[in-house]
Write a protein that binds this ligand. Structure first.
Ligand code: HEC
Length: 97
């Protein structure tokens, strides 16, 4: 993703406490289980089983999942577009092992 920085994204993910609901490799946090594990996310074909796993859709989803999937338990996150791009870049480093 041009202009996006996975290492900055890691810090965004920590600050936004995404791991309160998601197991995310590399993030030391409670590793909550309300949301799906994001391990191997880069190799997943779909986002939330509905949208093709493309950077633009992922950035939109991370910032405001309820606008795309009304009623979802994934909340809108109070982060900027740039922060969401960085966070997405980090998620795209998570390949299946
Ligand atoms: C309050 C709990 C919660 C928080 C906080 C949260 N999520 Fe989620 N997330 C969910 C749930 C629940 C889903 C499943 C949504 C669905 O399928 O409708 C989800 C789905 C996702 C997905 C799609 C996963 C897949 O397998 O397709 C991604 C990517 C994601 N979240 C990233 C993030 C990021 C990045 C953050 C932090 C900026 C975050 N989430 C914060 C609960 C949360």
């Amino acid at each position: 993703m041009p202009g996006a920085d996975p290492m900055r994204g890691k810090a965004v993910i920590e600050k936004a406490a995404c791991a309160a609901c998601h197991a995310i490799p590399g993030i030391k946090w409670p590793q909550g289980e309300l949301g799906p594990s994001l391990d191997g996310f880069a190799d997943q074909g779909m986002i939330a089983g509905r949208f093709s796993n493309r950077p633009d859709l992922l950035v939109r989803y991370i910032r405001n999942a309820p606008s795309m999937t009304p009623g979802t338990a994934m909340p809108a996150m109070p982060i900027s577009e740039g922060e969401a791009r960085d966070a997405a870049a980090y998620l795209y480093t998570l390949h299946d092992r």
